[in-house]
Write a protein that binds this ligand. Structure first.
Ligand code: UDP
Ligand code: MG
Length: 339
């Protein structure tokens, strides 16, 4: 029975020619030991090196390999989504092609899933990266924790297992500007974690340049939270609460009471405080507009209102209870409320 259960492994690859064979060998060495059937979905994200040829060879040699070729480089997030959308297994596991995520952990992911987790997330216990990136990552998670609507786990990776039900829910998310991790986190479900040490990249260079990472970080901020939008508004309100009393004070002191405090405010000072007031008005209005934009954003990304994890197995007992009550009231019996 177990033997027939199909599991999918989804791997995005962009210019990974030197890694693909070692990756496949490594993955199949570990999957062979597990009592499941596997399909390995390799998504070529518009590679410009020899990756495609190697993928086709692998597909020709091994039945379990399925290759999805994207028409151009769409980026990792799109590639992972493409792979997940075409996964047919009872669960799908996403991993990188560069062997930074050890395939030796596949068994552990699956074990947690068997024990009832809907999502199993790989989390870096230690990371291999430069000081600059480490500091960047640290602040990224600090800010995300502070402003995000959903709590995120620091150093959670894309090395994840998603149950079939999660995959189906994932398919209902249609937004374009996506960070797979964020979407999966938004879904909720019961999750478990596997901690691992990040291996050094086997071959080639990481394609996530610092610039791409910063874009990704900004994307994460803006797609998970309203705070950056609201900040302008708060600043405006702050300026208004300072400039209105200050302006009134200056006007009354100078022109109504005729400068009893000898502060000698002149026209320039009045002009300055007026300008400050108007800037406050504009910023406050921007904040207001941001609230409307946020509403539009929520409508446009059109996320499902809610995700159901478990439906009642059957509505039979409830229906018969209702029928019973009707009968009773029809025959004039007094309804009793259960304690
Ligand atoms: N990747 C992809 N498309 C891209 C960039 C990367 O499919 O445009 C894949 C890449 O082949 C690898 C994974 O995404 O399997 C992670 O990429 P990388 O190792 O460069 O990123 P990092 O490890 O720094 O997060
Ligand atoms: Mg990598």
């Amino acid at each position: 029975m177990k033997q027939q259960t199909l599991l999918s492994i989804v791997i995005p690859a962009y210019n990974e020619e030197a890694n693909l064979r070692p990756l496949f060998d490594e993955v199949s060495r570990h999957t062979r030991a597990l009592p499941y059937q596997f399909e390995i979905i390799l998504v070529d994200d518009g590679s410009s090196d020899g990756s495609v040829a190697i993928l086709q060879q692998l597909a020709a040699e091994h039945d379990e390999v399925r290759v999805l070729e994207l028409a151009r480089n769409f980026g990792k997030e799109a590639a992972v989504s493409a792979g997940l959308h075409s996964a047919e297994g009872e669960a799908a596991i996403v991993m990188d092609a560069d062997l930074q995520m050890p395939p030796s952990l596949l068994g552990e992911f699956i074990e947690r899933w068997e024990k009832g987790a809907d999502i199993v997330v790989g989390v870096f216990a230690t990371r291999n990266m430069s000081r600059l990136r480490r500091i960047g990552a640290h602040w990224f998670y600090r800010i995300m924790q502070a402003i995000g609507n959903e709590k995120i786990t620091p150093h959670a990776t894309d090395y994840r297992l998603l149950d079939r039900q999660v995959l189906e829910s994932f398919k209902t998310l249609t937004e374009r500007n996506r960070i797979t991790r964020g979407l999966v986190d938004w879904l909720g479900y019961k999750r478990d974690y596997v901690y691992f040490k990040q291996e050094p990249r086997r071959n080639g260079q990481p394609t996530y340049s610092m610039r791409k990472l910063i874009t990704l970080a900004i994307n994460s901020f803006t797609s998970n939270s309203l705070i950056p939008l609201k900040l302008a508004g708060y600043l405006g309100v702050f300026i208004l609460t300072l400039s209105i009393p200050a302006g009134l004070f200056m006007y009354i002191e100078r022109y109504i009471l005729n400068d009893p405090m000898r502060l000698l405010f002149n026209g320039t000072d009045m002009l300055a405080i007026m300008t400050l007031f108007l800037v406050g008005v504009i910023l406050a209005c921007l904040g207001l507009i941001s609230l409307y934009i946020a509403n539009i954003h929520a409508e446009v990304i059109n996320r499902p209102l809610y995700i159901v994890r478990k439906k009642p197995a059957t509505i039979e007992p409830l229906a018969s209870a209702v029928a019973g009550r009707k009968e009773r009231s029809a025959s004039g019996q007094k309804e009793t409320v259960a304690a």
